[in-house]
Design a protein around this ligand. Structure first.
Ligand code: NAI
Ligand code: MG
Length: 353
């Protein structure tokens, strides 16, 4: 029997292309795993009226972790909720970890010294999906609500001390374990005083347990400017769900864009690992897009499984491919296909040490 059971969910569009690439790399590194395919996404919605059908949930429950590609979500479809957002909540995957690292040789890097890890809270905030098309009548009695027009819709920003503390602690733990020296806490507490007040107070509590690590806090708008101006300053960054979504896409552009942005959705018992990008429908099935984001997501998965030596070998092989500058996809100005890049990475996987 294989050591690991891994749920394999390519999903829609280029999710399929990039997960085929990941498979080539995991085979090259000889991970002792059984990969069990499952379905998720827009096609499931059309087939079953559910983008995350129960048999897929069962599959996840019977495996150690999951590799996920991407899904297509369309706005303004009644009853539809993004299955990846549902998965994060259902399995309590409260950490969304997104490393942003400049690989030498990448022509799109802003500079070669960028190496930060963003920790995005993954279960709360506007993503709870608690929305009202009109203000509930009972709320009308609350002071201040008279300023809200009849025509308004409401989306709730829900932030708890517990949810804040656990993501901030994950960021500090990571910093300690990896010898990082600074944690930057991102918020907008001057405007959203209650919810980001909770987040900042949680940060102050957690910091007490990590005297050796510096902490700073910054408003999210200022951060988006500083990320362009001085990206190499940032080390470990922690924030709430929506801010994390936005700043991590911005940060990815500093090191080559979505083709390099990997993420791990991590809870205490389960993990779902994915490239941060979506299904990019216009490139679906063409095997043209950059698989490095997905390959780096499998690296995060290996770290999480405790296969750190294999994880390091994948990271090094990607670094070598970037340095060589031959197997580049279109986003890097090259002509290599998705699977060419995977084969190049596989070809540079070193012998076990
Ligand atoms: P997207 O990430 O799919 O693509 C935006 C653009 O980024 C692409 O057109 C392409 O130019 C570039 N790009 C993305 N991945 C790339 C790669 N691996 N290599 C090279 N270039 C790449 O975002 P978009 O267009 O906003 O959304 C498309 C669909 O994906 C939507 O239905 C959206 O809801 C969904 N989506 C799903 C996510 C997920 O599965 N976690 C995350 C983000 C969007
Ligand atoms: Mg996003």
């Amino acid at each position: 029997m294989a050591k690991y059971k891994i749920a394999w969910l390519p999903g829609d569009g280029i999710g399929v292309d990039v997960l085929d690439a990941v498979k080539i790399v995991l085979d090259a590194i000889e991970l002792d795993a059984e990969y069990i395919p499952g379905e998720i996404g827009w096609e499931c919605w059309e087939k079953y009226g559910d983008a995350l059908p129960p048999h897929t949930v069962d599959l996840l429950k019977s495996t150690d972790c999951c590799m996920f590609g991407a899904i297509t979500s369309k706005p303004n479809v009644k009853g539809y909720r993004s299955p990846i957002v549902r998965l994060r909540q259902m399995f309590n995957l409260y950490i969304n970890m997104r490393p942003i690292k400049a690989f030498e040789g990448n022509p799109l890097n802003y500079n070669n010294n960028i190496d930060m890890v963003i920790f995005r809270e993954n279960t709360e905030d506007l993503y709870m999906g608690i929305e009202f098309e009109k203000v509930p009548d009972e709320w009308r009695k609350t002071p201040g609500m008279e300023r809200v027009p009849e025509s308004a819709g409401i989306s709730l920003r829900v932030i708890t001390p517990e949810g804040s503390e656990r993501i901030i602690r994950a960021a500090f733990e990571y910093a300690r374990k990896h010898g990082r020296k600074r944690v930057t806490v991102v918020h907008k507490a001057n405007v959203i005083r209650v919810t980001d007040g909770i987040f900042l107070e949680a940060a102050a509590r957690v910091k007490e347990d990590y005297p050796e690590i510096e902490m700073e806090d910054v408003n999210v708008d200022a951060l988006t400017m500083w990320l362009i101006k001085k990206p190499e300053w940032y080390d470990v960054v922690v924030t709430t769900n929506m801010f994390g979504d936005i700043i991590s896409d911005e940060a990815s552009q500093l090191v080559g864009g979505l083709g390099f942005a990997a993420s791990g959705n991590i809870g205490d018992k389960y993990g779902v690992f994915e490239p941060s990008h979506g299904s990019a429908p216009k490139y679906a099935g063409q095997y043209k897009v950059n698989p490095i984001a997905a390959i780096l997501a499998s690296k995060i998965m290996l770290d999480w499984l405790g296969e750190t030596e294999k994880a390091e070998r994948i990271q090094k092989a990607v670094a070598t491919v970037m340095k060589e500058g031959k197997a580049f996809t279109y986003d890097l100005g090259g002509t290599a296909g998705t699977l060419d890049v995977a084969r190049a990475v596989a070809g540079h996987i070193s012998a076990p040490v």
